[in-house]
Each structure stands twice: as C-alpha cells, then as structure tokens.
Design a protein around this ligand. Structure first.
Ligand code: MIC
Ligand code: SF4
Length: 649
C-alpha cells in the first residue's frame, strides 16, 4: 500500500477503497479557526452532544484578530467559553495561525484530521491525512460522526534531485500548479515520494502540502520518516512519531515527476494561483508591497532565512514590507536569538502572528499596487484592494523584491545562500493553550450580541426556479462571500453577512435574490473553489438560492451546498451553459420526486422553448440530506455516531 491507502485503511468505517466510492473515515483530530469556528460550534451545540468524541479538538483564533468593533472580540469570548465546556483546547489570538501551530504542537503522523479551513492539508507535511471541510462537517466529527469523501485517485509526485540555492519548497508547489492548474487536483490525493523527499524538512513539506489546496486536491501527504522524527524530537514530541512509508512497489493511480534540481524561482501572477511563470521572465516590474507570512511560509526556517538575508541591509524605500511570523513559538524564538533585530532594522513592519493580510484583515495595498506575497491565494480583491495585483512567490523571491523594489530573481541577485542553523530544540511553552474545563457544567457559554442563533431551513423547492445570477469559470468562495476586515466580523451573524453575498461581482445580488422565492445560480467549471467557508453556501441559501447549476464543482463547496440543502446540479451537455441567462425561469417536475427517483432534471427554459438536461452525482445519504433541508435536520431525524448510538433527536 502507499501512505494514503495505509491511513485510509486504518480509519475506514464504511465503503470500499476504490476510486469514486463514498468512504466514511473515523476522524482522530479536528481544528477550527475563529472565522468558521463560531458557526461550527453553534452547530455542534445544536446536536446536543455533551463532550467532543475526538482524541483531540483545537479551536484557534487567528483570522479575525483586528478588533475594530465589539464583533470579533465577542466571537473570541464565545469560542473560549464553548471550548472549555465541550472538551476543546482553546488557542487564543496571538498564539498563531492554526495550521502552523497544529504542526508544531499537535499533529501526529498517521492520524486523520479535519479542519474548518481549506488549508488543513498542511498537516500532510507531517504525514497526517488532513482535510479541509465545512464547519458543519467538523461539528459532526466532533460529535463522533465519520467524515465522508469520495475515494480520490492517489497520485505519486516523484521528487528527484535537490533544490538549488534560492529555489525553495514554494517553487515546487508553484511548479505543480503550473502543471496541474487550480482544478487539476480535484478528486486526487497527491502523495510525495522519491529521493527528493529526503531533502525536504517538515516545514518545507508543509508549504507544499498547504498549497495542494490551490490545486483543488482532496489532500496531500508526505511519508513519516527520519526527517519527521527529527522535527518532532525538536518539538519535544518524539513519542508522537511512527514510521509510515509506502511499501516497495506500492500502486498509484498516476505519477508526476518533478526534478528539484532543475527548478528555478517561480511566481503566480494575478489573479489565480496557477498563473505561474519564471520570476526572471517578469523581472523588473516595480513592487509596492511585499509580505512574508501566512500558513504557507511563516515557519521559523522562513523567518531565519529572512533575518540572515536582511542582516545589515535596508528595504527599498518604495516598498511596504510586512512580516508575520506564523506562531508565538516562531516569534518568541526569533526574538530570543536576536534574529528579529535584523528584520526590524531592515525596515520591516512586524505583524501579529495571525492570518492578517492574507485574508484582507488589514494591510490592504494602495490602489493599483503590485504586491508580492508568500501566501497561497491571489484572487481578485482578496487583499482588500480591488485593483491591486497580487503575486505569489517564495520568501527568497519576496526578499529580493523587498530589497530592490522590483521583481527580481533571487538566484541572480544574491550570492551564496546563508546557512540556516535550526535549533536543537524549539522553545516549548504550552502555557498559552487553554485546556478544557474539568467542571464543564459550571461553564457558561458567553454569546455577545454578535452571535446570532442558527436558522433552520426546509426543503421547499418545487417545480421551478429563477436564475438569480450567472457567473463564469473558477468562481471562488472569495467571490461568493468576500472576506476582509469589513465583512469577516459578521461570520456569526448570517442575516447580516448575507447582505455581502457576491457583493464584489454584483452589488445588487443580495437584494435581487432575496425577492426571488426559489433562486438558482448558474456557474462554470470548478464552481466554489478556494476556501472552506460554509457561509458561501449558507448566505445564498438565506437569500433563497435553492439550486446551483454548474459545469463542475470544487469538493468542499459541493459538500457545503449539500449540507445546507442547496441542490448541486451539473449540465449533461456543458454547451447548454450558453443557453441560460440571468432572469430565466427554469421549470421541471417536482424536484423532491426527481431526487427520490434518481432521475435527471429535464429543464424547460420557460418562454424560450429550450430544453436542457441536468444531472447530479449524489449518494443516497446526500439525497436524504437534501430532502431533509440540510445536514443538521438530517442528523436530528436519524443519524448515528461512530459508536452506533443515536446522536440527537
Ligand atoms: C482562506 O484562506 O480563504 C480562509 C479564510 O482561511 C478560509 C476559511 C474562511 O473563509 O474562514 C479557508 O481557506 O477555508
Ligand atoms: Fe489564514 Fe491565509 Fe492560511 Fe487562510 S490561507 S488559514 S487566511 S493564512
């Protein structure tokens, strides 16, 4: 077996280990972050389970850390108290970005992890089988439910050779994005193998696994070997290590080869992570802002590289240079060994250990700016400045640009790469993690005015819908429900946040959609790529969207649509996409009957005399969820947990 098959087989509750089969996996660990966690915990609370049933669940505060009103602080207090009550470890603001911290302090090779954040596969760097999921799926896992996925293909990424100086792990994943594109990873697990794997440290592996998400992959995984063991030893967690490597002659469903020694620095151009070119091909472009940080590139090794490279140098005066160390551990160690001094003295702005600019929580660049970031997403407007041009690159490339003020190939600009000496032991101080209460019955869950109770939806789509919006290919959840400092504070307030649905693409959408009783959205390929935010399904549902008809869907968003009772349909003939316009009335026989009978939707575009066919690939369980009006209703009706007990009535 390969590594992914081994972990799947050790956690398989039902289904066959065959491509395309629905499998149910036992989940060992969960993580949430604040922007999706509030909803996840409200849902968990509604299930009536007294305590989480996972081995470990951690609630992080790392996204909404800019407190420019009471809302985010209300959310933090709610998360702190609900964690104490239900058996969840709480990691407050300032501790760092969930994926970085989880890798450092909690990840265990061979375990399964789901997180209400799409970059949860970062754990693959330490050989976890880690998935991004909607908050409701995480709530279910905390309540002891299995996690359902369609068994993906397992693709071997065979790494040969060794990276040259100034070429980095980020360039490996950018190369994969260049080859595979943002939709190429759908239905796939990328398993990294080959001699080159041994040349990559755990943080480097984590950078690669992290951005497998941008490929649309189900997840990515590295083996657990001596390098993993060494990392865990340095974190004082050597006992968590076990060896997990592919058997000799293990089978894969495909193979891609990347020669590390042939790679050069790469960069993704605006506004998609797969618009990858060589840095030297666009060298000379003036840069206004540079950022090192995010869950992709904020490890101690990344920061030490910055400190050594910047020593005694000054940032170009026309560049705003921001650095956000990924965790309290990273920041504390940087300050302890003096490396932070070099970064500060170079002219950098040191930001809190949090997501920050990656999600538009501050540091929006100036109008029309060119911003180089070591982050993982560059969707239009995500930085908070609609006309900014965001490029994704390695810390090496970011450093060269910060110094020169223009896009510069680090291989050509710098001399020999400084040797980074990693500490024998990381600074281990877990005092800032709050364990759950020993007396949960005494804990009062604090819900400030920003926490608005859940709304229950019913399945009430009958025989027709009106197209409230038509969009193109690769629509991301950032298009559907933008993030940023102005909108994120309403993540626990569905009625309020719904007003922002599609606001950047079509400011009238929310008003128009809410007036239509049964709305449909028509989309192109890879609809809903990007984040795991279930608000991108919840908010449209709140605005009466009952159906999305697209050429194809991204995995997490598809699951979220089903979880909130929106029927996801695909065109039988993709060319029919061109026949539909916004405002069209789509009529069909009773939707509930069609789903129950497993028939296709024969749709008549009323008034045009045009007929089209739409299909769906739903399991019986998913159909039942839709017909119940969503997963919470379905659980209440008839669900059982992994121990076989009824969850809630
Ligand atoms: C993102 O990178 O887009 C986020 C913000 O981390 C999201 C989660 C969210 O929208 O809260 C993700 O990647 O899932
Ligand atoms: Fe945070 Fe950005 Fe990572 Fe999302 S991608 S978890 S916003 S750092």
């Amino acid at each position: 077996m390969n590594v992914a098959q081994k972990i799947i087989s050790a956690h398989l509750i039902s289904g066959k280990q065959e491509i395309g089969e629905e499998i149910a996996l036992k989940i060992d660990q969960t993580l949430t972050q604040d922007a999706t966690g509030t909803m996840a915990y409200l849902q968990f609370e509604a299930m009536g389970t007294p305590r989480v049933k996972t081995e470990l669940s951690v609630s992080y505060v790392d996204h909404n850390t800019l407190q420019s009103g009471f809302e985010n602080a209300d959310d933090h207090k709610f998360l702190q108290t609900i964690a104490a009550k239900y058996g969840i470890v709480f990691s407050p603001a300032g501790n760092g970005i969930c994926h970085q911290v989880h890798l450092e302090r909690f990840g265990v090779p061979g375990k399964t992890l789901i997180g209400s954040d799409s970059h949860t596969p970062t754990g693959g760097g330490i050989c976890m089988l880690a998935f991004g999921a909607g908050g409701l799926d995480v709530a279910c896992a905390m309540a002891g439910q299995p996690f359902y996925i369609t068994h993906p293909k397992i693709i071997k990424v065979n790494l040969k050779g060794k990276l040259r100086d100034w070429v980095s792990a980020k360039d490996v994943i950018l190369e994969l994005l260049r080859i595979e594109t943002v939709k190429g990873g759908r239905g796939k697990i990328y398993e990294f193998a080959g001699e080159g794997v041994k040349t990559l440290s755990v943080p480097e592996r984590a950078t690669i696994a992290n951005m497998g998400t941008e490929l649309g992959a189900t997840t990515s995984v590295f083996p657990s070997d001596e390098i993993t063991r060494d990392f865990l030893n340095r974190q004082g967690r050597g006992e968590a290590w076990s060896e997990i490597i592919a058997d000799g002659g293990a089978d894969y469903d495909g193979e891609i080869e990347i020669d590390l020694s042939a790679l050069t620095p790469l960069i993704a151009q605006p506004h998609m992570p797969d618009k990858v070119v060589r840095v030297r091909d666009i060298a000379g472009l003036k840069v206004d802002q540079v950022g090192i940080g995010s869950c992709t590139n904020s490890s101690l090794a990344d920061m030490l590289l910055a400190a050594e490279t910047l020593k005694g140098k000054k940032i170009n005066k026309d560049v705003s240079f921001m650095v956000s160390p990924g965790s309290r551990q990273v920041l504390a160690m940087l300050s302890q060994n003096g490396a932070l001094f070099n970064i500060i003295e170079s002219g950098a702005r040191i930001l809190e250990s949090a997501c920050g600019p990656c999600i538009g929580m501050g540091q929006s660049p100036k109008s029309g700016a060119v911003s180089l970031r070591t982050f993982n997403r560059n969707f239009e407007g995500r930085s908070g400045t609609k006309d900014a041009k965001v490029y994704l690159c390695s810390p090496e490339t970011a450093l060269a640009a910060a110094l020169t003020g223009e896009i510069t190939d680090p291989m050509e600009y710098f001399d020999k790469k400084p040797k980074i000496k990693m500490p024998e032991r990381f600074l281990i101080d877990d005092a800032q993690f709050q364990p759950p209460s020993a007396e949960p019955e005494k804990v009062e869950v604090v819900k400030g005015p920003n926490i608005v109770s859940l709304k229950q939806f019913a399945f009430d789509l009958t025989t027709d819908t009106v197209v409230s919006l038509k969009v193109g290919d690769n629509i991301s959840t950032d298009h559907i429900l933008p993030a940023g400092a102005k909108i994120l504070p309403f993540r626990s307030n569905l009625p309020k946040i719904s007003e922002f649905t599609y606001s950047a693409l079509d400011p009238d959408f929310a008003k128009r959609a809410s007036k239509i009783n049964n709305g449909a959205i028509v989309g192109g390929e890879n609809y809903g790529q990007g984040s795991s935010r279930e608000h991108a399904a919840l908010a449209p549902r709140f605005l009466n969207v009952k159906m999305v008809l697209a050429k194809s869907f991204a995995r997490i968003h598809l699951a979220n649509l089903i979880n909130f009772g929106i029927i996801p349909l695909t065109f039988e003939d993709p060319a029919d996409y061109d026949k539909i316009e916004q405002g069209d009335n789509l009529s069909f026989s009773r939707a509930g009957e069609i789903l129950k009978n497993g028939e296709n939707f024969n749709i008549l575009i009323a008034g045009k005399g045009v007929k089209i066919k739409a299909k769906y690939a739903l399991t019986e369980r998913q159909k039942e969820i839709l017909l119940a009006g969503g997963l919470l209703n379905w659980i209440k009706q008839n669900s059982t947990d992994t121990d076989g007990k009824v969850l809630a009535n």
